[in-house]
Design a protein around this ligand. Sequence first.
Ligand code: ZN
Length: 426
Amino acid sequence: MKSDCGQLIYDLIAELYPICRSITGDGVRRTLRIVGEHIPLDVVEVSSGTRVFDWTVPKEWNIRDAWIRDESGKRIVEFKKHNLHVLNYSLPVRRKIGLAELREHLFTLPDHPDWIPYRTSYYDEAWGFCMTHRQYAQLEDQTYEVMIDSTLEPGSLTYGELLIRGNSDEEILIATHLCHPSLCNDNLSGVALATHLARELVSRNSGYSYRFLFVPGTIGSITWLSLNQQAVGKIRHGLVISLLGDTGSFCYKKSRRGNAEIDRIVARVLQDRSCEHRILDFSPYGYDERQFCSPGFNLPVGRLTRTPNGEFPEYHTSADDLNFVSPNSLAGSFELLLAIVDEIETAERYLNLKPHCEPQLGTRGLYSSTGGEKDLKEFQLALLWVLNLSDGTHSLKDIETISGMPPATLRLAIDALLKTDLLERL
Ligand code: ZN
C-alpha cells in the first residue's frame, strides 16, 4: 500500500466536495464521472417513474442558483457560497414575501449558531433555505425576495457500478451512498475509499469477484436490488461503507443474520489489530444495509463506519467539511478495509472429497506444470498440503501458515483441484 494513500483519498474528497449532489441529477453524474477517472465504472440511468418494489424512481432534480435578497438588494443567503443553503429537492420559486412567511421555509441549528444544517425534501414537494442561526437572528421585519432556479422534471436516477471479476463468480459487495452535497464524512469518505479500494482490487488477481455500488441512499439501493434480484444470490459477503474519515474509533454493525461469515471476519480483523472498536447488532435504521438486510433479501451485509450517524454534532451540517476528515483517518480506514479483504480472501475453507488416503493426482492431470522442475515440485507439494488440510476446519490462511508455502502457489493448487472431483469450496 502506498504511504500517501490517505492523502490521495482526501484529495478525491476535496475534488468532489464542491459539487451539489442529490438522489438524482447532474451532481451525481459529475461525481461518477470523476470517480470513473480512477476506475472503469459503469454508469446506469433508471427512468423516473420506474417502479422499484414499493417505491417509484422520483423526478430528477437539478439546481443552478438560489438566493434570498433583502429590501436593500443585498443577497443574505447564496447557494453559490454553500450548496447546503438550499433545501435539497426544493421546487423552483421566485417571490417577494414577508418575514413571517419566510421563516416557515427556513432551517437553522440554534445549538450550533454558526453551522448550516443539511435538510432534504425528496418526497414532499416543498422549497426552503438553510442558514446559520446567527444570520437568522438578524433577520428584520421587511419584505424579502426569494429565488430558487431549480427543475424537478422526469429524467432519471443515476448510479455507478463496477464488477471486478475474480477466480470465482461469488461476489463481495461494497456499497456506499453518494447523494449528499457538500458533506465530507457523510459520505464522500465512503465514495473516495470505495474508489481507491476498487482501484487497488482492479490490479489484483482475487479469489472472489468484487462488486462496487455507488448509489443514492435508500432509493438507489432499492433500485439496484429491484433490477438485480437474480444477481444477489452470488453475494457471499457484503459491506456498506460510510463515515470513515473522522477521528473516531471503528464501529461495525452486524448483518441482520448476526452470525454471517462477514460478521465473524470483521470482528476477527478488528480484534487482531487490537484497535479500539465497537460492534453493534443489526437494527433497521441507518444506511443501505436496511435494504440489503430487508427480510426478503437478508443478505450477509454488514456496515463499517467510524463514529456512526447521528452520534457526532457535525453530522448533517456544514461542519462536516474538509477539516472534519483527515488523510490519517482515511489511511487507517483504507488499511482496515484491505485487511478485511485479505481476511475474506483467506478465510475460505475447502473440503477434500476423497479424504481416505491420498487420491491419485497423475490420473487427473495434476502432475504437470507449465513451469520448470522446481515449480512443478512446489506445485505438487501445494496440492498435497491443500488436500491434507482441507478437512473443513482449516482456512486458506491456516493452510498458508502451516505449510509455509507462498499464497500464489496454494491458490494455483486450489484452482487446479477445484476443476477435479477432489475438492470443493465450503
Ligand atoms: Zn447522511
